[in-house]
Design a protein around this ligand. Structure first.
Ligand SMILES: [Cu+2]
Length: 132
């Protein structure tokens, strides 16, 4: 009689664990940031290193040129693997984040344009991360 509840508990644990694993395996994730006059949309990306590709897409109809420039200290810390975009009115800039970290960037033309890519360590052992 006590076997059934025990089996149900095991089944629930297995389902939760396999749900978590879906995030932790190396399934590529692509997150889009729109580059608009004069804001990055969304401002913050929260993700895990699946690895995650972030694609900045310059929104159609922009009046001004914009760029994506990472903090130079972070670029140095990362061994130079963070790549800045050109300053442009139209285009795409893509970058793959394979390690955890908080990567801040801005548009050097417009100081009010700032953004953050928050690549969290995979937290499956303690519960799956929550994505806004
Ligand atoms: Cu700008």
């Amino acid at each position: 009689m006590r076997l059934l509840p025990r089996l149900l508990l095991i089944a629930v644990v297995v389902v939760v664990a396999s749900d978590c694993q879906a995030f932790s395996v190396s399934e590529p994730v692509v997150r889009i940031v729109l580059v608009k006059d004069n804001v990055f949309d969304p401002v913050v990306i929260n993700t895990v290193p699946a690895p995650t590709t972030v694609r900045w897409e310059w929104a159609p109809g922009n009046t001004y040129d914009h760029n994506v420039v990472f903090d130079s200290f972070q670029v140095a810390q990362a061994g130079g693997w963070l790549v800045n975009s050109p300053t442009q009115k139209v285009g795409i800039h893509e970058f793959q984040f394979g390690v955890a970290g908080v990567f801040e960037y801005r548009c050097t033309v417009h100081p009010e344009m700032t953004g953050t890519i928050n690549v969290r360590p995979n937290l499956c052992e303690n519960g799956c991360p929550i994505f806004p």
